[in-house]
Write a protein that binds this ligand. Structure first.
Ligand SMILES: Cc1ncc(COP(=O)(O)O)c(C=O)c1O
Length: 388
């Protein structure tokens, strides 16, 4: 049987990983500045993560949500403490798209409305409603298309104000990434997030903070929306939550009342997923990884800003993006194949850095050396071409 071919893949086979490094089947080492798409939060194969999952696997891996699973309560308590949202409620699921589906469904149950506000360049997932609120018609099938979603310009306070004046009373939810990831590392301004909070409160609309990529400590605060000092009604989380183990969830404000059957899942909150998620939070807390993300991120941003040829360096903590000029269009590919460094991208010309929150300053320095080497190489070869 063939695999259904839906990805552009690099011809590299990873067989081992540790901390911020990966090794392929030929023993070649790579520096991971991509974190497998922002998923690796505490570093690859962290010993505490491995031992907590192994221990749990030997006890019980899965049983359904029809019985008590004390690990879920333990996870909720730990998550409440580390995220400083102790009065919120937790619903567990398996992926970012699923978290957003549940968030939107809950919002609509809560106020009985259908319209959703999302923003230009947003990405919220690939399932039915999640892809409908993603600003990319190329990945929406006809069945996903709906009149219930409007895309407003990102960071435009006037457009939001005008929209709410006319449609606020019919709007179920506003969903926003605190920093757009797939869209190219676009940071929501504090005043825009504060305005969303104020309008949602005024119109009884639900404020959903998609924290799938920008959350879980990556920006130096637990949720990137925290930098603006606002509380959303629902936070969606996935990626870094399990350091590679598939686990996701939504944090729900205390104002939401549950009823049986409203939300549900087979795999969500299983024993193994809870053990993985608990291990991640224990390491984030114990090793002060949010503080590390701030310090190492500041160092990287400072160094990147000194490099000629990189434009518009932006982001927060260890969620960083920069634009590369035309002559550096092969930079990302060359970093991988000449310098053995994984990075992320956003079309058309953005390099995204999404490393583990445990990235050391020494490793960030190593990345900067590879980056400047490769830029020098690319600019000297393009100078040679123009002189020829
Ligand atoms: C902001 C954001 N939301 C949702 C998702 C979807 O997550 P998943 O791929 O786990 O469904 C992603 C994935 O990249 C994302 O970046």
């Amino acid at each position: 049987m063939n695999l259904f071919d839906v990805y552009d893949i690099n011809n590299i086979t990873i067989t081992r990983a540790k901390g911020s490094y990966l090794w392929d089947d030929a023993g070649q080492q790579y520096l991971d500045m991509y974190g497998g798409h922002a998923v690796i939060s505490i570093g690859h194969t962290h010993p505490h993560f491995v031992s907590r999952i192994t221990h749990q696997l030997n006890l019980v891996a899965f049983y359904s949500n029809s019985v008590n699973i004390p690990l879920q309560k333990e996870l909720a308590a730990k998550l409440g403490k580390v995220s400083e949202k102790e009065n919120y409620q937790l619903f567990l699921c398996n992926s970012g798209a699923e978290a957003n589906e549940n968030a939107l469904k809950l919002a609509s149950f809560h106020n009985g409305r259908k319209k959703i506000v999302a923003f230009k360049k947003s990405f919220h997932g690939r399932t039915s409603l999640a892809v409908a609120i993603t600003d990319n018609p190329a990945i929406q099938a006809p069945v996903n298309q709906t009149d219930n979603v409007v895309f407003l310009p990102f960071n435009s306070e006037q457009a939001l104000e005008d929209y709410f004046a006319e449609h606020g009373k019919e709007t179920a939810a506003v969903i926003i990434e605190g920093i757009q990831g797939v869209g190219g590392i676009n940071v929501a301004s504090h005043s825009f997030l504060q305005q969303i909070r104020a309008l949602c409160t005024k119109y009884n609309t639900v404020f959903i903070a998609d924290s799938v990529q920008c959350g879980y400590g990556r920006t130096g605060k637990f949720f990137s929306h925290d930098h603006a000092d606002v509380h959303a009604d629902i936070y969606s989380m996935a990626k870094g939550m399990g350091n590679g183990f598939p686990v996701a969830g939504i944090l729900i404000s205390p104002e939401f009342k549950s009823r049986h059957g409203m939300l549900g899942t087979t795999f969500g909150g299983n024993h193994l997923a809870c053990a993985a998620a608990l291990a991640v939070l224990e390491v984030i807390e114990g090793e002060k990884l949010m503080e590390n993300a701030t310090a190492t991120g500041d160092f990287l941003m400072g160094e990147l800003n000194k490099v000629e040829g990189l434009q518009n360096v932006r982001g927060k903590g260890l969620m960083i993006g920069f634009d590369v000029a035309g002559e550096l269009k092969d930079l990302r590919k060359n970093l991988l194949f000449n310098q053995q460094v994984f990075t992320g991208e956003a079309k058309p010309n953005v390099i995204r850095l999404l490393p583990s929150l445990a990235l050391r300053k020494k490793e960030a320095g190593e990345f900067m050396e590879s980056l400047t080497d490769e830029i020098n190489h690319l600019t000297s070869s393009s100078n040679l071409v123009s002189q020829a």
